[in-house]
Design a protein around this ligand. Structure first.
Ligand SMILES: Nc1ncnc2c1ncn2[C@@H]1O[C@H](COP(=O)(O)OP(=O)(O)OP(=O)(O)O)[C@@H](O)[C@H]1O
Length: 293
């Protein structure tokens, strides 16, 4: 099956600064993909490259098997600022969407009603969260094969955020939709995604199906030992030591046989934070990934 998103050596620089570097990715169809990373990591840059709003400075990206922008009817994109037409009413947006998109889902009006949005209200007069709801609803109603959402729930209140992510998961199950959504909240990704891409400081640190990643990453705690003395199949993501004890977060496909270790399973949050910590030395002022429940 054609991957919905495939990047090879993809990079983008603004002036002299790389916002995305050496990005190799393959995202299979049928997933809700969480693109997670702190502010300024390069998430929007990757998404904008994927929809053809930016051109790469290096490498290439394919969307649904073709160049970005070639299959506009099949790709839905909601940018970070939830763009809408300020002077058009909510109802006008639905009419316009129906005219422009052959596969338009006319049941969308019910969702607008459920959200309590007044069809006569001009989009410019909606609150930030309401505007985001409108933009996301239009994105879903287009019934694309791939929906790309940049920080889709950032402006929503906690209940609306939960409901939207639930709607998204239902749409994926019903419409054979694939979704790539960016977030700096691990909890959003934990709740709604089954595939994760961790992007830190312009580089993809790890990507894959969440179940597979959690089944191959472990925390080992035991008597002090150097990383070089671990078996070759155990890739160290992070390590910390006291005088007598070592803790490693490792990735391995093989069973851990050494009885000296206490082996602990990781949560997604543990895994994401470990890859973030492994990417750069700690700096007090650097932005951190929010963990919010
Ligand atoms: N148009 C631009 N011109 C110059 N630099 C830019 C531009 N857009 C983004 N950048 C820089 O590229 C880097 C990555 O930005 P990007 O917006 O992709 O990050 P992000 O992960 O989406 O961040 P956030 O979570 O804050 O939205 C940042 O250092 C940012 O300052």
């Amino acid at each position: 099956m054609t991957p919905v998103l495939q990047a090879r050596g993809l990079g983008k620089k603004y002036g002299r600064r790389w916002a995305l570097t050496d990005c190799d990715l393959e995202v299979p169809a049928g997933h809700v993909v969480g693109l997670v990373g702190p502010n300024g990591a390069g998430k929007s840059t990757l998404l904008n490259l994927s929809v053809g709003m930016l051109t790469p400075s290096a490498g290439s990206v394919e969307v649904l098997g073709g160049p970005p922008g070639a299959q506009q009817a099949k790709v839905g994109y909601v940018a970070q600022d939830a763009p809408t037409y300020a002077r058009l009413s909510v109802a006008d947006h639905l009419k316009l969407g129906a005219k422009l998109n052959p596969g338009w889902d006319h049941a969308v009006a019910r969702r607008i009603q459920r959200l309590g949005l007044d069809p006569k209200q001009k989009a410019g007069k909606l609150s930030g969260g309401q505007r985001a709801q409108l933009a996301l609803t239009l994105g879903l109603a287009k019934r694309p094969d791939l929906l790309i959402l940049d920080e889709p729930v950032a402006a929503l209140d906690p209940l609306a955020r939960r409901e939207f992510l639930q709607d998204l998961m239902e749409a994926v199950a019903e419409q054979e939709l694939s979704v790539v959504l960016s977030s700096h909240l691990v909890s959003d990704v934990e709740r709604s995604c089954d595939f994760v891409i961790v992007l830190v400081d312009s580089r993809v640190q790890v990507s894959g199906e969440i179940d597979t990643l959690l089944a191959t990453h472990f925390r080992l705690t035991g008597p002090r030992r150097a990383a070089k003395d671990l078996p070759g199949d155990q890739h160290v993501v992070t390590e910390s030591h006291t005088d007598v004890q070592s803790t490693f977060l490792i990735r391995t496909e093989k069973p851990i046989l050494d009885p000296a270790w206490t082996v602990t399973q990781l949560t997604l949050e543990d895994l994401v934070l470990a890859y973030m910590a492994s990417s750069v030395p700690a700096q007090p002022e650097r932005p951190v990934l929010e963990v919010q429940r």
